[in-house]
Write a protein that binds this ligand. Structure first.
Ligand SMILES: [Zn+2]
Length: 248
């Protein structure tokens, strides 16, 4: 899989008069760090709108200070504390037997910490893409504008949801760059699926984890953003607007 094959797919979109919409989510920030600085610099340099999924138990005032007046960054709530309370292979913050009121109480407590950041949007990103049976309704009860998980996670509830689809990293056997060929193949697959189903406006989400990137991941991210931002035939969107559009 190559840039060439990706270009062929993009040409099919162009011929159909359609423009794919990309958006970008980075997970697991708790506090400022040199890696976060690097990420924010990349976003600014390329002019790519960025959603930071922030774990609300970190140093939110320091994070907010680091973000300063950045208007290209949106802060979403990444869980409550990113602790696994499940037994068994699938990780999740909320054990399955927890009732909606308990989930909602913790969602609200997390949001109340995060809301201090000027860029905070009331959007939820479940750690490990775990979808507790009561989560979707709890988010509606708590007034969230929407949420974001992984594209293959099951559909649940009616709250607006815009997912991520392109993981920059591979996780099994230790975090490392997914590889250019695999990443581009994933991208092409997402494009082709939307073209075939006529779901042209469904956004395609790039997922990064700044604290886990190795040198090849940083380097490819830089090249991918340079290639895609401002390119004719591709559009970049910001999560809050994409969620508003998903609502209608
Ligand atoms: Zn996470």
């Amino acid at each position: 899989m190559s840039w060439f094959a990706l270009g062929l797919e993009l040409r099919r979109w162009r011929r159909a008069g359609q423009t794919p919409v990309l958006w970008w989510r980075d997970d697991d920030a708790r506090t400022p760090s040199p890696e976060l600085d690097r990420l924010l610099d990349l976003a600014a340099r390329h002019g790519a709108p960025l959603t930071l999924a922030v774990i609300p138990d970190g140093d939110i005032p320091a994070l907010a200070a680091r973000l300063g007046g950045r208007t290209d960054v949106c802060v979403a709530q990444h869980g409550i504390d990113h602790q696994n309370r499940r037994t068994g292979p699938a990780a999740g913050e909320f054990p399955p037997e927890w009732r909606r009121i308990r989930v909602a109480t913790l969602l609200r407590a997390g949001w109340s910490r995060l809301a201090a950041a000027p860029q905070a949007s009331r959007i939820f990103v479940p750690p490990w893409n775990d979808i507790h049976p009561e989560l979707a309704q709890a988010l509606v009860d708590c007034g969230y504008a929407g949420w974001s998980a992984w594209g293959e996670a099951p559909v649940a509830g009616r709250a607006p949801r815009v997912d991520a689809h392109l993981d920059l990293m591979r996780w099994r056997g230790g975090a490392r760059f997914r590889g250019e060929g695999r990443f581009l193949a994933d991208f092409r697959k997402q494009l082709a699926a939307r073209r075939r189903s006529g779901d042209w406006s469904a956004p395609i989400g790039l997922l990064t984890h700044h604290l886990a990137h190795d040198a090849p991941a940083w380097s490819f991210l830089d090249r991918f953003l340079a290639w895609s931002v401002g390119r004719g035939g591709l559009a970049w969107g910001a999560l809050p607007e994409l969620l508003s559009a998903a609502e209608h």
